[in-house]
Design a protein around this ligand. Structure first.
Ligand SMILES: Cc1cc2nc3c(=O)[nH]c(=O)nc-3n(C[C@H](O)[C@H](O)[C@H](O)COP(=O)(O)O)c2cc1C
Length: 290
């Protein structure tokens, strides 16, 4: 394996398929012409060599561990891999690696590779950079756990990450999809009932929480950097949320001044309506990101 790398990228065409096969230990037994052309090797230089001959130092070890774990368990896997050509240039592939099993035994392993879009390269590089950084200071097993934790935090599996990227969907900030927004809906129902109860009991000094200070309001603040907050529905989410809180303040103020039910009930109807709208706008905004 040569250790020099360059910053030159090699591209190959959409209709081209790079193929290789190894024995169960990862020694190359077959490569097609496109493999040789893109990687810049003669076939004779590759046959019999370990497949890490084209390993690029930017690739995290934990990704290969996952690949080998899956394949040796008899399963197939997709992976985005940055490879190194003979002259040190690099090329990205989307690899489908699959074991060939006969009589219950893996006899060889095949890999079929297609080009990768610029979007995927950029997204996956962020993940791989984070993994590489972790691997600098940690053992392989810990780094592998870090990869699993990284995916877990975002509420996705490895395969779902690959699928999302292939659909052109971002995996940054994907954790939002696992936020329990229904809980915030319930929070606001409880909020409304607490204020109604306080009014009934004549507890006029009860503090009506400001929109910035409830759990949902704090989450809205944290989510502000996310792509879906550019969606027009997001603006409506803020509007409705502010409105719900100010209506409940209004309700308590009016009740404290002895307002009649015919004056108070429409406020509650409006709160209910705004709360529903708030969460339907929220789902619309987030669905664009799903
Ligand atoms: C069929 C097959 C295809 C593979 N293709 C590649 C590849 O294109 N690039 C690569 O770096 N590793 C590939 N590997 C994984 C390598 O065997 C190896 O695990 C990896 O390069 C990491 O090398 P290292 O253990 O020396 O760090 C492949 C493995 C198999 C079984």
């Amino acid at each position: 394996m040569n250790n020099n790398t360059t910053s030159e990228e090699i591209f190959f065409d959409d209709h081209e398929l790079i193929v290789s096969m190894t024995d169960p230990k990862g020694f190359i037994i077959y490569v097609n012409d496109i493999f040789c052309k893109v990687a810049g090797y003669e076939r004779s230089e590759l046959i019999g060599e370990p497949h890490n001959i084209i390993r690029h130092p930017d690739m995290p070890r934990s990704v290969f561990k996952l690949l080998w774990d899956r394949v040796l368990a008899g399963e197939s896997i997709y992976a985005f891999v940055k490879n190194k050509a003979r002259n040190g240039d690099f090329y990205w592939v989307k690899a489908f690696v699959t074991p060939i099993i006969e009589d219950g035994k893996i006899i060889k392993i095949a890999s079929y590779r297609r080009p990768v879009s610029q979007f995927i390269k950029e997204e996956i590089s962020k993940v791989y950079d984070a993994l590489k950084e972790h691997e600098k200071h940690n053992r392989l097993e810990d780094s592998f756990q870090f990869l699993l934790g990284f995916l877990d935090e975002r509420g996705i599996s490895y395969d779902r990450m690959i699928d999302r990227l292939c659909m052109g969907k971002s995996i940054s900030n994907i954790g939002v999809l696992s936020i329990d927004f229904d809980q915030f809906y319930i929070d606001h129902i409880i909020f409304k009932h607490n204020i109604i109860h306080a009014a009934k009991e004549g507890k006029w000094e009860t503090e009506v929480v400001k929109p910035c200070c409830c759990r949902f309001g704090k989450n809205l603040k944290e989510l502000e950097s996310m792509p879906f907050t550019a969606h027009p529905s997001w603006h409506k989410v803020h509007q409705c949320h502010n409105e719900v809180h100010s209506l409940m303040q209004d309700y308590l103020d009016k009740a404290s001044r002895g307002a009649s039910l015919s004056e108070l009930n429409p406020i509650l109807d409006k709160v209910e309506n705004d709360t529903k709208q708030l969460f339907s706008h929220l789902h619309i905004a987030i669905d664009t990101y799903r």
